[in-house]
Structure formats: C-alpha cells, structure tokens
Ligand binder design. Structure first.
Ligand code: ADP
Ligand code: MG
Ligand code: ZN
Length: 628
C-alpha cells in the first residue's frame, strides 16, 4: 500500500515536470518582447501625432516602434494593431513616408524548424511516456505493473502452514482420497520402487465455500511441504503473453522446491474450454495461451520429482477436456456440501476457537442449517461470538447461535423502518398469505417464522421456512407447492384488497416464474412439451458465445408453447392459492392482526393461532430418518 502511494507520487511528479517543460517551450516559441496592443484608430492617431520611429507591416498587423523620447520610456516601446481587412492603406503609407518613418514588412511564414518542433513534440512526449512505462515494467516483480514473474505466494519456510486435516471436517471422502497424496509427498521412494505413476494433478471440485482451498492447504500442511498458490485469474492480467510466462515461472520455482504442492485456485478462469468464444468480439487468445502453457508444463515435468499440482473449481463442466485427460488433472476429488453429521463436525472445528456455554447444542444448529457449506458455518460461529460479545456475555450461548443463523441466512435485521399503518397492514397481509399457504399445502417446508421486519434489501417482510430433512431431489408436486407459497403474498393482497394489488410481490413473482420455466424447459415436467430440455442451461451458455440468441435451440412455435405452459403452471398455482386463502379468510385476518401487533410470529405462536397443519402433524408422527 505504502509502496503504491510512493509510486503514485513519483508518477505525478514526472507528469508535473513534463507539463512545466511544455509550457516553457511554448513560451519560447510564441512570446515576444512586450507589445502594447491598440485599436486601429489609436494606432492611426499615434502615426498622425508623429510618435513613431519605425513601422513594420506584417500580413496581419501593424507594429510600430515609438521614438526614443525619454517621456515615453516607461511603457512598452512597441505598439501593435490588427490591420483592417480589405482597407486601402495607401494613405497611411503616404503619411508614414511624409513623416520619414522607417517602413519595413514581414511575410509571416513559420520557419521549418518551428513546424517540425510543433509536430514532433506530442509524439516525443508519447514516446517518452511509453518508454517510462516500459522501463517501469522492467523493474521486476512487486509493482502494480510488474510482469513476467509469477506472483505465486510461497509459504514461508519458517512459518510452514499450520492447516491440518483436523481443521477440515465433513468432507471425509475427499480426505481419504488426499491421504494418498500426502503419503506420496512424504515418502516418494516408496511409490517409485514399484514403478507406479503418481497422479500429477488433483482437481478439487465442489460448490463455493465447501473447503477446497482449505483442503489443499491441509494437504501441504500434513505433508509438511511448501505450498505455492496462485489464483487462475492472476494469470490473466494486463498484457498478452504474460499469463504463459507466469505459468512457466511458477513451475520453475516449484521444481526447485520439490517436493511441494502447486495450487491453482479457481482454475476455471484459465481452464475454460478453448473453443469457447472463438470468433467473438474479444478473442480469448491470452487465456488460451496461458492454458496451453499450463498443459505443456504439466506434460513436461515428471511427477517422480515430487511436485503435485492441485487445482480447485466449482464449475468443472466448463473446463477444457485436455486439462482433464490422464496425465494431467486425471484425479478429481469431489468436495460436496456437508450433510447433517458433517455440518456438526464443521461447527465443532470452528467452535474450538470460541468459548461455548454448557447448554450449546451444535447438533440442533447443524439440523437447522441444511444446504449450508463450511464457509457459512464458520461465519455462523463467528457471528455468534460477535453477538455474545455485544451482549457483554462471557460465553456464546445457544440463542446467539440461533440469531447468527438468521443473520447468515437472511441478512441483518433492518429494524426501524418507518411505514404508514396502511402499508404495514398490507405487508402483514402479504406475509400472512405466504405463511398460510405454506401451512395449507401438502409439501411445503414448515414455517418457522413470519415477520414484517425486512431482512433483505428490497423486501418488506420475510417468512422463514426450514426443511425437516436434507433434500436432493424435488418432485413435481413439491415444486408446484413451492410456487404456490411464493404466490401466497400476492394472493392475500388480491383477496383482501379486492384486486387492488401492489408492487410488493414483484420478487415473489419473478422467482415463481423462473421456477415454473425451469420445470418446463429443464426438468421435463410439462406434458405438453414432453420430457425434453429446451435451451442451453446457464452453465453451458458460454459455449454459445456472447450472442445469447444462439442459446436457443428450439423453434418459435416451441417458444410460444413454453410460454403458455409456464403461464398455465403459474395460473393453476395461483388459483389454488386464492382458493386456500378464501377458505381461510378468518385465519388470514387473525394472523395479520397479530403480525401487525407483534411484527414477528414464531412457529409456536403461529400454530397457536391457526392450528397445526394436518400434513405436518402426519409428518411429525413418522419421524424423518436419515439413511444413506
Ligand atoms: P472454497 O475454496 O471451497 O470456496 P474455502 O476453502 O476457501 O472454500 O473455505 C472458506 C472458509 O470456510 C475456510 O477458511 C474455513 O474457515 C471454512 N470452511 C469451509 N469448508 C470447511 C470445512 N469442510 N471444514 C472446516 N472449515 C471449513
Ligand atoms: Mg477457494
Ligand atoms: Zn412476498
């Protein structure tokens, strides 16, 4: 940071000097001895008064030198006036002749060297700046413009990285796969004796935040070897050709430090399939060169030296097949979202760093956070610690953790929004509508809370539904029920205010439409359109290049059918919502009144008001089992 500032200062100083130089040159070129400018008539008067000793007539002006009279010594001795266009100056010349004034003339033509200077100066300036930039570039690594050297962060030998496998939890399969790598790095001879080929490249694949980077570090930590890490996007910077140079440099360093681990984070930034985007407006030459160089380097060194390349990505499907073939990243380790047990373990790992109260039950917390990844869970523990600290408590308690979950899931509570009573009422109806539909349809997740306190930007309230168990698949009726819950808010407004609806439902509608469209185009859930997919799924869209239209692989007629089907799904869900809410009109009013009063209703309060929904009571009887 400090260095950057210094550079900036130096840079601006150089600009300043250049600017002053320019001004000085202009001064030299343009400025002349001081001249007093007069109007033409004043000049004539001066001539008539006989004050002039000499007059020089140029193509544009008259310049006169005053006679050397002591009285006139103070001001400028030259006076000038612009000639009047098209005026006959013969009388003036006669007058001057009569007074015996010395008469000269100048035809103004800029000398060739002035022209040359004026032309070449800007070029020269550009050239100097360019040269300066190049010189800066040549100053070696470290600076903002430094190129040529990979800025691979090398773990300092003295403070070897401390991450161990015990710091990573909930990804047991991945760990068992990586144990072998650790063993190889520790005693390579053991493997070489038998002539086996150790994998060169290990690709960690999984959603963001599941601990891929952490795992790579842990492998280095366990094996106690240096860890070179660089992010894919760091390769592709600034100038064409530099990415390839960086790859070369990275591998050079790694070979010297073997055994070691080279870790390329977010490899998709360089590893995208090479055909992608070809012929598009911006070519991807730079990325392709970098990728090619990476492929070459991976082929070029032999793994017996003890260099293992690890890489991480969350979009393996976009990677170039050449990267994944045997001999390169042939080993793929999936780092998936943790399950219930995994989440509990991750929570325990992070809870080591904070002081937990006796009553804390991490199992409950894990059960309440399906779908969350390691990074989220780490965040929850941290938030809880902060909340406890704010309370001034000694230990982190269960309620801190619960509140932390809400924060991580829904964002901060945005209290104290000033709303008119009328709007508040409407928001309450809206949220109560969501909640009641969720309580009425068969497949909705239980409603844990309904509130008219906004928790995300743009929203005016929220309902919190939590699944009873982890879901990996969703059936068609479940999706339809989801859509119904999303439409519940609008439905309630529609019924209560007699069709006078508000803008409050736009986000719900958007999500519902998107889901319905996916049902039709991606999940094959429409009888009309059959079990086909339409269009290119988002993660493959890059193949179609920047022209989105190419992502459409169906006819106009199908497009129309899709629209109709989406419409039908939404319409039938909405009809169902209206029916439910009309039947439970009284409940809707009761929940709304209570919501306006209390702002937030927890599950128990809600159930006390409207009763436990039948399907849920049934579900509660047959307790969910987790089996694999
Ligand atoms: P990724 O690289 O997969 O996006 P990271 O490895 O950067 O995720 O994880 C970010 C942080 O989340 C880690 O520093 C760690 O604190 C936490 N974390 C993620 N996964 C786990 C896990 N499986 N066990 C423990 N902590 C985890
Ligand atoms: Mg990462
Ligand atoms: Zn809503």
């Amino acid at each position: 940071m400090d260095r950057l500032r210094k550079r900036q200062i130096r840079f601006s100083v150089i600009y300043l000097i250049a600017g002053i130089f320019v001004l000085y040159l202009f001064q030299l070129l343009v400025a002349a001895p001081p001249v007093r400018r007069l109007a033409y008539s004043e000049f004539l008067a001066a001539v008539r008064a006989g004050e002039l000793a000499e007059v020089n007539i140029t193509s544009r002006e008259l310049v006169g030198r005053l006679k050397d009279e002591p009285a006139k010594q103070r001001g400028a001795r030259l006076i000038a006036a612009t000639r009047l266009p098209g005026i006959d100056e013969t009388p003036l010349v006669r007058e001057l002749e009569a007074q015996n004034v010395k008469l000269t003339g100048t035809i103004e033509a800029r000398s060739w060297w002035t022209d040359l200077l004026l032309w070449s100066f800007p070029l020269l300036l550009l050239f100097l700046l360019y040269g300066y930039g190049m010189w800066r570039v040549g100053q070696g690594p470290g600076g903002p413009l430094s190129l040529g050297k990979a800025r691979a962060k090398i773990q300092d030998e003295s403070s070897r990285n401390e991450v161990k496998f015990s710091d990573v939890a909930g990804v047991d399969e991945a760990k068992t796969e990586l144990v072998e790598i650790v063993d190889f790095l520790k005693n390579p001879q053991k493997y070489q004796k038998l002539g086996g080929r150790i994998p060169k490249g290990v690709l960690l694949v999984g959603p963001p935040g599941t601990g891929k980077t952490l795992l790579a570090k842990a492998v280095a930590g366990e094996a106690d070897v240096p860890f070179f890490s660089i992010s894919g996007s760091e390769f592709v910077e600034l100038f064409v050709g530099m990415g390839a140079a960086r790859v070369r440099d990275l591998f050079e360093q790694a070979k010297q430090k073997a055994p070691c681990i080279v870790f390329i984070d977010e490899i998709d930034a360089i590893g995208k399939a090479r055909s992608a985007g070809r012929g598009a407006v911006f070519g991807h030459d730079e990325r392709e060169q970098t990728l090619n160089q990476l492929l070459v380097e991976m082929d070029g060194f032999d793994s017996t030296k003890g260099v293992v390349i690890m890489a991480a990505t969350n979009t393996p499907e976009v990677l170039d097949p050449a990267l994944l073939r045997a001999g390169r990243f042939d080993r793929q380790v999936v780092v998936d979202r943790p399950d219930l047990k995994g989440r509990e373990e991750i929570l325990q790992v992070h809870a080591r760093k904070v002081k937990l109260a006796e009553n804390v039950d991490l199992h409950t917390i894990a059960a309440r956070t399906p779908g969350m990844v390691g990074a989220d869970l780490a965040n929850i523990i941290n938030e809880a610690a902060l909340l406890a600290a704010r309370r001034g408590a000694e230990e982190v308690e269960q309620r801190d953790l619960e509140e932390a979950i809400d924060r991580v899931m829904l964002g901060l509570e945005k209290k104290s929004r000033c709303m008119s009573a009328e709007e508040k009422q409407r928001v309450a109806y809206h949220e109560a509508g969501h909640a009641l539909v969720a309580l009425s349809v068969e497949h909705a997740d239980p409603v844990h809370r309904v509130s008219i306190i906004p928790r995300s930007i743009g929203a005016l309230g929220h309902i919190l539904q939590l699944p009873t168990q982890e879901r990996y698949l969703l059936t068609k009726p479940e999706l339809e029920d989801r859509i119904a819950v999303m439409l519940g808010g609008r439905g309630a407004e529609d019924i209560i205010y007699d069709g006078v609806v508000s803008t409050g439902a736009s986000d719900d509608l958007q999500r519902a439409s998107e889901l319905a469209r996916q049902m039709v185009t991606q999940f094959g859930m429409s009888e009309e359109l059959g079990t086909l997919t339409y269009g290119v799924p988002a993660h493959q869209r890059f193949l179609a290049g920047p022209f989105a239209e190419a992502a459409r692989n169906y006819s106009e007629r199908t497009a129309q059918l899709i629209d109709e089907e989406v419409r039908r799904i939404i319409d039938s869900a909405y009809a169902r919502v209206r029916k439910i809410l009309r039947q439970r009109h009284e409940d809707l009013k009761r929940v709304t009144a209570e919501l306006v009063r209390k702002e937030t209703l927890e599950r128990a309060e809600l159930e006390a008001l409207v009763g436990v929904p039948a399907p849920m009571a049934a579900a509660a009887r047959k307790a969910p089992e987790e089996r694999c």
